[in-house]
Design a protein around this ligand. Sequence first.
Ligand code: NI
Length: 175
Amino acid sequence: MSPKEIRIWPDSTLTKPSEPITHFDAALRALVRDLIDTMNHEGNAAGLAAPQIGVNKRVFMVDIPPEDNNGNGTNGKQAFINPVFIKKEGKMEWQEACLSVPGEAGYVTRARHVVMRYMDLDGNQQEIDAVDYLAGCLQHETDHLDGKLWVDHQSRLKRELVRKKMLKFKTEHKR
Ligand code: NI
């Protein structure tokens, strides 16, 4: 297992919906290991979703230290599998960035408080109650599993501007 190359938008893997996980097996653990290795390699990523390393499966990782969000964080690099929001309330507008859109950022409106149901690595159903930074991150990562990125929450003009910059980035970095 090793760090994988991050897919850069526009990319067909990033923009198609991912498949639910049905087997909680060694292959899933290897995928999670790859996500963790890639996060470590990329530095201080708060989250990473499987489509970003070219795998269309409904898995993402989040790493938000509780002290960075008033005590509401994750237990290290935590895996969230087959996530479903069962509550979304309040509103916040905040700036998002993404490893798949390097060097760019944009404002996105999200729910300020969410409750999300998900499976852990052993296939047990879990729930997480999240506000602010953690809530925004869970929504950003779940968007990835639905083939959406923060750029899809922008005006057509801004989205097109970012798209052109990313095409240039991909040419320059041969990706
Ligand atoms: Ni992202």
